[in-house]
Design a protein around this ligand. Sequence first.
Ligand SMILES: Nc1ncnc2c1ncn2[C@@H]1O[C@H](COP(=O)(O)OP(=O)(O)O)[C@@H](O)[C@H]1O
Ligand SMILES: N[C@@H](CCC(=O)OP(=O)(O)O)C(=O)O
Length: 369
Amino acid sequence: MGYQRIVIKLGTSVLTSGSRSLDKAHMVELARQMALLMHSGVEVVLCTSGAIAAGREHLQYPVLPDTMPNKQLLAAVGQSQLILAWSELFSIYGLHVGQLLLTRADLRDRERYLNARDTLNALLDNNIIPIINENDAVATNEIKVGDNDNLSARAALLCDADLLVLLTDQKGLFDADPRTNPDAKLISSVKNIDADLRSLAGGAVSGLGTGGMATKLEAADIARRAGIEVVIASGHHLNVITKVANKEPVGTHFSAIDNPLESRKQWILAGPASEGRLVLDSGASVAVTQNGRSLLSKGIIKVEGKFERGAPIMLVDEKGKVLAKGMSRYCASALALIAGKHSNEIESLLGYNYGVAVVHRNDMVLLDE
Ligand SMILES: Nc1ncnc2c1ncn2[C@@H]1O[C@H](COP(=O)(O)OP(=O)(O)O)[C@@H](O)[C@H]1O
Ligand SMILES: N[C@@H](CCC(=O)OP(=O)(O)O)C(=O)O
């Protein structure tokens, strides 16, 4: 059984072929491959970078101070050029495109998340290619990260894809950065993303890219935990898109986990970055990770960061190892008061009680390897 719905992320390095401007000739080739899939009944969602690069090109490489508003200026100008280019290229193959500019806020808010999902499905149901990019004009912190790798993973969760393809300027994930290590070897398949594997991935070097391999691994981990296979490959490999769609061995393949998260936990995992951290004692760490229990106040050693009730937080052990991501039932200041105390003291200490579990197991996604 082939893939039915594929999210394809094209990094800046692929769209510019390492130059300062969009490589329209290569974009035609990529559009041809995606059109071939669409016409064969495989649904394609395109997550495209390149707005900032396109903006610089359109304005003829203005010398601008490296400020956030100027990056947003370039992205705002470039996005219109980018979507125009994709619209014209796909029209060659008889396909229309629809633009979705998303931010983390759109994916954090459940209603906006569901609205975006409905739009994606409506476009695909009508054989129209959804084209997604970060809404850089308003999403300042995302421009600083500029991370379309993670955006494409969230798009894959949003549209319930069965494959995420991250195309870049390297053949895949290597055991070291191939730019600086000529002896680096390509890793062809990954069954588990652990700290050792993450340590192989450096940041962006191409100068035009933003995410680097580190964000590609973050994206791969989110997608695979939701049951979505992932491939990282070179956007310049001959027929890379059709080959990956046909399950030919190209790039680095990441297996999906056997028991994918249900949709609410996918939403927690792919939701906003964590705002706080709870340090758990050894007993709570075992209870949460090995016994699947909820986190009680007694097991909290330390509360780090400021966050409100319902905010996503990271649960770590005494050595700082990340154990889980969850939604806290209490704000940071309340947790600081009840940390280390027995659950039956909550009411007396706070004057209110949202329940014994500080983070309920149904609001928790385990991340320990
Ligand atoms: N272990 C690794 N394997 C492959 N590439 C790596 C690795 N570590 C760092 N990199 C760097 O990540 C870059 C790809 O990320 P990036 O420049 O952001 O491209 P894109 O624009 O496609 O996101 C590669 O050009 C490479 O220099
Ligand atoms: N929204 C930005 C995306 C930046 C980004 O993630 O770039 P890359 O690391 O090349 O995928 C743009 O279109 O330039």
